[in-house]
Design a protein around this ligand. Structure first.
Ligand code: ARG
Length: 470
């Protein structure tokens, strides 16, 4: 029953479990215990799960068809209140499950008390979180695909643009800007694949596990799971009510995606510094300074970089909660929700914002070109000697000497006279001059995965095909 009928001390704040208690909870305890302020996000999943459970109870002959229909209609009415934003929580509503059941009792009366037959909030909450998370995963997967589409479009639009590639944040070798852009496509593709894996393990139905030991009633768990769109049922009730590894996996997935996003963000933040001026983040994703009139700050990217910290924190938070928990359900598990909700909320904004930044990014090929210098072709010079038969290690050393010599003479590698080069190695010929061409350098790297136009175009084709589901 929903309410304690007797005039007992606990009756002022009626509880689902009030029967064995002499005193009502302390008001701070009530506040401390309550998860409704955040777990109300689960209302639709909770009602969906309860409606399926009502049907399962009827199929098992535990309630009549009329009772089932009363439950279903009552749950529809409760859902309608949530959907319209008029559901009125009571002080004693501990969580979304008790709130829905309390309201159901008010609407349809005593038959509401039959809904929880053989069910516990322990299998109920695990079911709700899985149902909710599955939907969120589908939405995030779509947002991730859209981000991938945005980075493909950016790469396609700037295929001819060359820029300095870096390692250690130092100028290294010329690359295509589109090659840089597509590097994120592949990171996100692996994120996408990982998410598909996570979804598979999220989409398992714990309902019918009871509080911990299973249910004594003849509920058809397989039919129940199928009705809720689950791929499978959990094999062990103790595991089903107590593990949150599926949430951990999701949070780990999100943390890694966040780290990928933060790396993109860092590159764009650096490059939008006017001293680089390689890119400009559009006004729509930038802000100004309240003090310095000239400022144009790439806030969208700074926030994406910053939020990767909380995504990681949410993972660590839940892992820490789970560590050393005894079997089976413990109230500690209520702490799974805020990190989970926060991560979903964060990514639900961060993904489309990042896609927007990429779609509106202004690329400045002239600034990128101007940042290229002939020392970035030192490897090409060593490769030249390799082609003449010099072992690479030796060629590397000889070109190092050439770099040092150019520095000493106040010259660049490309303006070092041929005679100087030949003093270092007689294998240098006049055709060295052909090397001082960044496009030539880039086009040398035509093996699959390289930065030559043909290799980047192959990547683009692969990427487009993957995104088209091919
Ligand atoms: N709000 C609780 C949670 O999120 C629901 C399960 C409560 N179960 C219990 N036995 N108190 O974990």
């Amino acid at each position: 029953m929903i309410e304690n009928q007797n005039p007992d001390p606990a009756a002022s704040s009626p509880k689902l479990w009030g029967g064995r208690f002499d005193a009502a909870p302390d008001s701070l305890m009530e506040q401390f215990n309550a998860s409704l302020p955040f777990d109300q996000a689960l209302w639709a999943a909770d009602i969906r799960g309860s409606q399926a459970y009502a049907r399962a109870l009827a199929r098992a002959g535990l309630i009549s068809l009329a009772e089932r229909d009363q439950l279903l209609a009552g749950l529809d009415a409760v859902a309608e209140e949530w959907a319209r934003g008029v559901f009125a929580p009571h002080a004693g509503d501990e969580d979304i499950h008790t709130a829905v059941e309390r309201r159901l009792g008010e609407i349809i009366g005593g038959v509401a008390g039959k809904l929880h037959t053989g069910r516990s909030r322990n299998d109920q909450v695990a079911t709700d979180v899985r149902l909710w998370l599955r939907d969120q995963i589908d939405q995030l997967a779509a947002a991730l695909c859209d981000l991938q589409a945005a980075v493909i479009a950016l790469a396609e639009a700037h295929l001819a643009v060359l820029m300095p590639g870096t390692t250690h944040m130092q100028p290294a070798q010329p690359i295509r800007f589109s090659h840089w852009a597509l590097s994120f496509f592949w990171m996100w593709q692996r994120d996408h694949e990982r998410l598909t894996e996570v979804r598979r393990r999220v989409n398992v139905c714990p309902l019918g596990s009871g509080a911990l030991a299973g249910t004594p009633f003849n509920v058809d768990r397989v039919a129940l799971a199928a009705e809720l769109g689950f791929d499978a049922i959990s094999a062990n009730s103790l595991d089903a009510v107590s593990d949150r590894d599926f949430v951990v996996e999701f949070l780990a997935w999100a943390a890694l995606l966040g780290i990928h996003l933060s790396r993109l963000a860092e590159d764009l933040i650096l490059w939008s510094n006017p001293q680089f001026g390689f890119v400009r983040v559009a006004d729509a994703y930038s802000t100004g300074s309240s003090l310095m009139p000239q400022k144009r700050n790439p806030d969208a990217m700074e926030l994406v970089r910053g939020k990767s910290g909380r995504l990681l924190g949410n993972l660590v938070s839940l892992l820490t909660t789970l560590k050393g928990l005894p079997s089976t359900y413990n109230k500690d598990l209520q702490e799974d929700k805020e990190p989970l909700f926060d991560t979903v909320t964060t990514l639900t904004l961060a993904l489309p914002v990042t896609a927007g930044v990429l779609r509106t990014l202004q690329v400045n090929p002239a600034r990128m070109q101007a940042a290229l210098s002939s020392d970035m072709l030192a490897t090409d010079l060593a490769d030249y000697l390799v082609r003449q038969g010099t072992p690479f290690r030796q060629a590397h050393h000889l070109v190092g000497q050439a770099v040092r010599r150019a520095e000493a003479l106040g010259l660049t590698l490309s303006t070092l006279p041929l005679a100087e080069l030949q003093a270092i190695s007689p294998q240098f010929g006049a055709d060295v001059a052909a090397l001082w061409d960044f496009n030539h350098s880039v086009e040398q790297r035509a093996t699959p995965g390289g930065t030559a136009a043909a290799a980047v175009e192959t990547q683009l084709r692969q990427a487009r095909q993957i995104l088209a589901g091919g």
